[in-house]
Design a protein around this ligand. Structure first.
Ligand SMILES: [Fe+2]
Ligand SMILES: [Fe+2]
Length: 265
């Protein structure tokens, strides 16, 4: 008999670190993404409870120019991170270089893994040189087979682009194309799907549709600000406010998403 509320799995949802091998790189912002990412990694390492893994939902790099840049980020920035790290590509990543550096055991940028009996499906929605995302047909067929399978394993799905409309014009123009088809596919696994995690929007948003929870978390670099009915460009907040989300699945089928902000100077 399971104890109600006993933790089955605890992991961290991290996203949009936008790291550059040059620690002084600032891009179009007034501050570098490096110190805030390092502060978040230190914060995760200091959590007072076990963390089974960290799941990074993309834009790990900021348009790296060479494959070696990912190896440098892996070996310098992410090596202090204590839990195992799983990554998927964002629109600012090079999916082949990212995969080769962070999970060379998988032959494709999309893959799935299992921890404590929980199945985690990591999608690749990136398209070369495009800000919006798409799930290509071969990958969609792979996902459909997973969602149609008779299984009672708890399931987590992760992707970079927001699959549902935020009803914010500019942000929606760079979201996932084919999000409705993805939602219809995921509905087949609704009874075991605990949540769908995404990044890209640099904002913490949770949406529920047909009983499926879709949740993003904060960027570790800069935040955006959208609102329902927003027209024109989305606002970019001037504050760091980096953060992440702690996701806990419980043995009785529950899920808890806990957003965490990390104070930096
Ligand atoms: Fe991003
Ligand atoms: Fe992105």
């Amino acid at each position: 008999m399971t104890t109600p509320g006993a933790p089955l799995l605890t992991f961290v949802h991290l996203t949009d670190t936008h790291l550059h091998p040059d620690p002084t790189f600032k891009g179009k912002r007034a501050w570098s993404p490096r110190p805030t990412a390092e502060a978040v990694i230190a914060h995760i390492n200091a959590l007072p409870h076990p963390v089974d893994f960290v799941l990074h939902t993309g834009d790990l790099g900021n348009d790296p120019l060479r494959a070696e840049h990912y190896i440098a980020l892996r070996d310098v920035v992410f090596s202090p991170l204590r839990p195992p790290l799983y990554v998927i590509p964002g629109n600012h990543d090079h999916r082949v270089w990212l995969s080769a550096a962070f999970h060379p055991q998988h032959e494709r940028p999309y893959y799935n893994f299992e921890v404590n009996g929980v199945q985690v499906v990591c999608l690749d929605t990136s398209l070369p040189y495009q800000p919006f995302g798409e799930i290509e047909s071969e990958q969609m067929a792979w996902l459909e087979a997973i969602c149609a399978a008779e299984s009672h394993q708890p399931l987590i799905v992760a992707l970079h682009h927001h699959p549902l409309s935020l009803h914010a014009e500019a942000m929606d123009s760079i979201g996932l194309r084919g999000g409705e088809a993805l939602h219809q596919t995921l509905l087949r696994a609704r009874y075991r799907l605990k949540c769908v995690l995404f990044g890209h929007i640099h904002e913490g948003v949770t949406m529920v549709r047909d009983g499926i929870v879709y949740a993003s978390t904060f960027s570790t670099w800069y935040q955006s600000r959208t609102w329902h009915g927003q027209t024109g460009d989305f606002a970019k907040a001037d504050l760091h406010h980096p953060g992440y989300t702690i996701v806990t699945l419980t043995a009785d089928g529950g899920v808890m998403l806990k957003p965490v902000r990390v104070l930096t100077k």
